[in-house]
Design a protein around this ligand. Structure first.
Ligand SMILES: Nc1ncnc2c1ncn2[C@@H]1O[C@H](COP(=O)(O)OP(=O)(O)OP(=O)(O)O)[C@@H](O)[C@H]1O
Ligand SMILES: [Mg+2]
Length: 258
C-alpha cells in the first residue's frame, strides 16, 4: 500500500545522485500512481532540478523572501498581515504548475543573517504549503547543513544516496545522528546505492544493515542518463528500457511510494 502523506528528503554527500534519483522517482510516480497532488521541491541552492525536469522557474523562495525583507519596514506603516502577504507572493511567483505536479525552488539564503522573523514566517508557510500535497519529493543540498534548517522538519521519510566513496557512507552515518539530535520525527530512513561496482554492492548492503538503514536498491550506471543530461533532454523522457528507471521502479515499491 502506498504511504500517504509521503514527504521525502533525498539527501546525501555531494554528487552521489540525489537529483537524478529525484527525477527518476518522479517519473515512476507519474507513470504508476493516480496522485494528482504532487509537489517537487528543489532545496539545493544550485538549482539543477528545473533543468533536469525541463522546467523554467520564475522566482525562488529565496528571491521572494529577499524582496519581502527589503520592503519590510514599509509594510509596517501600512499594517499588512505579513504572513498572509508573503504566502501570497510565494503562491503567485514561485509555484510552477507542470503537467501533473507542482514545482518550487528554495533558492539561496535560508537562515543567513538576522532575518529571524521572515524565516519563521517562511517556516510556517512551507509547513502549510506541503499539507496541500499527498506526495512531496525534496531534492536536498549536499551534506548535512540542511538538517538544521526548516525544510526537513516537514518530512516523514528520508532517502540517503550513497556511492562508491567511503565519505558517502560516513555522511549517511552522521546524517542519522543529526536527525536524532535535532529531533526530526522520521518513520523511515532508506539508503539507495548509486553506481556501485558489483564487487562493492555486497559490502555496502552489509554496512547499511549494520547501521540500521533499510537498503532499498542499487541504481546502475545508465547510458540514457548520461546521454540525456549531456544533451539537456529532460530525464522525465527517459525510455522504459532504461536500467536505472527499472531499479527506480523497484525502489519506489520498496519504500511504498507507489
Ligand atoms: N546512475 C547514473 N548513471 C549515469 N549518470 C549518472 C547516474 N547517477 C548520476 N549520474 C550523473 O552524475 C552527476 C551527478 O549526479 P546528480 O546531479 O544526480 O548528483 P547530486 O547528488 O544531485 O549532486 P549535487 O550534490 O551536486 O547536488 C550528474 O551529471 C548525473 O547525470
Ligand atoms: Mg543535486
Amino acid at each position: 500500500m502506498p504511504k500517504r502523506p509521503f514527504y521525502v528528503s533525498i539527501s546525501g554527500k555531494g554528487g552521489t545522485g540525489k537529483t537524478t534519483l529525484t527525477a527518476l522517482l518522479l517519473k515512476v510516480l507519474l507513470e504508476e500512481s493516480t496522485d494528482d497532488d504532487v509537489l517537487v521541491v528543489d532545496a539545493d541552492p544550485a538549482m539543477n532540478l528545473p533543468q533536469i525536469l525541463g522546467l523554467s522557474i520564475n522566482k525562488s523562495i529565496g528571491d521572494v523572501a529577499e524582496e519581502f525583507r527589503r520592503g519590510f519596514e514599509r509594510l509596517d506603516r501600512f499594517g499588512f498581515e505579513k504572513s498572509a502577504l508573503l504566502e501570497y507572493y510565494i503562491m503567485r511567483d514561485c509555484i510552477v504548475e507542470a503537467e501533473r505536479f507542482d514545482f518550487i525552488a528554495m533558492g539561496r539564503g535560508e537562515g543567513e543573517g538576522c532575518y529571524c522573523y521572515v524565516n519563521s514566517l517562511l517556516s510556517g508557510i512551507l509547513g502549510k504549503l506541503v499539507q496541500h500535497y499527498s506526495v512531496v519529493l525534496m531534492d536536498m543540498e549536499a551534506g548535512l547543513e540542511h538538517l538544521n534548517r526548516r525544510l526537513d522538519r516537514h518530512v516523514n521519510t528520508f532517502i540517503i544516496v550513497v556511492d562508491n566513496s567511503l565519505m558517502s557512507l560516513r555522511t549517511a552515518e552522521k546524517m542519522r545522528e543529526v536527525i536524532k539530535e535535532v529531533g526530526l520525527r522520521i518513520n523511515d530512513i532508506y539508503v539507495v546505492g548509486n553506481r556501485l561496482p558489483s564487487t562493492r554492492e555486497e559490502a555496502v548492503i552489509k554496512w547499511a544493515s549494520q547501521n540500521m538503514f533499510k537498503y532499498v536498491g542499487t541504481i546502475p550506471e545508465d547510458e540514457y542518463i548520461a546521454e540525456y543530461v549531456a544533451n539537456g533532454i529532460p530525464l522525465l523522457n527517459i525510455p522504459r528500457n532504461s536500467k536505472a528507471l527499472e531499479v527506480a521502479y523497484q525502489i519506489a515499491k520498496n519504500i511504498n511510494l507507489i
